[in-house]
Design a protein around this ligand. Sequence first.
Ligand code: SF4
Ligand code: SF4
Length: 277
Amino acid sequence: HKECTQGNMNTPNLNLGHPCFSTKGHGNTGRIHLAVAPGCNISCNYCVRKFDCANESRPGVTSKVQTVEEALQTVMKAKSSSIGSKLTVVGIAGPGEPLANSATFETLRGVKRNFPEMILCLSSNGLLLPEKMDELVDIGVSHVTVTLNTLDEQVGAKIYSYVRWEGKTLIGPDAARVLINNQLEGIELASKAGMTVKVNTVLIPNINDQLLYSLGLEIKKRGAHIHNIMPLIPQGKLAHIKAPTKELLTNSRSNIGGILPQMQHCQQCRADAIGLV
Ligand code: SF4
Ligand code: SF4
C-alpha cells in the first residue's frame, strides 16, 4: 500500500477491467457509448443543451440520438468489428441525463439479454439515482459515475440554474440542496449495492475550487472508489469564466489525491464514442 503520484493505490477493489475506472489502465479495453438519453432534469450552467451532457462528454460535439433498436444494432456491429473482443463495456452517458430517459433502462436490459458478458456502465447527475437504484441493481449495472461539483448549496446555486424535482422546478440553494442530497445518497446506495462508483467533479475556478478537500472526504465516506476532477470548458452561462490552468488542475488533483485515487487520463469522450480508451 504505497502512494504514488498517479493517484494512490489504496483501493484494491478497483475494477481494472473497465477502462474508465482505472487510474491509468487504458489502451487495451474499450467501451461502446449508446446515445439514447436526450432529456435532462437539471440545468448545469456549463451545459449547452444542443451538445452532449458536459458531465461526461466533451462539450461541443453532438451525438445522434438513437432508438433502443438502433442502439442494440450498434452494439452488435461494434462487437463484430476487428476490436470487438476488446470492447467490454457498454455505457450510457447522454446526450442528456440517462436516468431521466426510459430508453436508458430498455437499452440496458436489451444489452444484458443479448450480450450478458458486457459490463454495464452509466453516468448520471445523481438526481434520480436513489429512486432508480433498485432497477439498476436488477438490470445488473456494475459501474456508475456521478457528477458532483459541490457539497455547498450556495455554491451549487451558482452552478445549477434549476432542478426539476417531483413535478416542480426548484431554483437557487433549494435546487442545489435536493440535488446534493440525492447525489450523496445515490453514491452511498450504489456503493452498498456493490457497484464501482466514480465521481466526476467539474473544476470551476473561483466557484468550487476552494472546498474540494471536504468534498473528497465526504465522497470517500459515502463509498466512492475513484475521483475525476475535470477542467471546466467555459461555455453556456459560464462562458465568461476562465478554464482552470494546468497548474490549478494538477494542484487540485494532488491536494486530494491522497483521499481517493484521481483519474489522470479522462478524455471527456462523447456520448456516442466507440473504441479503446
Ligand atoms: Fe447538461 Fe448533463 Fe448538466 Fe443535464 S446533467 S444540464 S445534460 S451537463
Ligand atoms: Fe466510461 Fe463514463 Fe462511458 Fe462509463 S459512461 S464507459 S465511465 S465514459
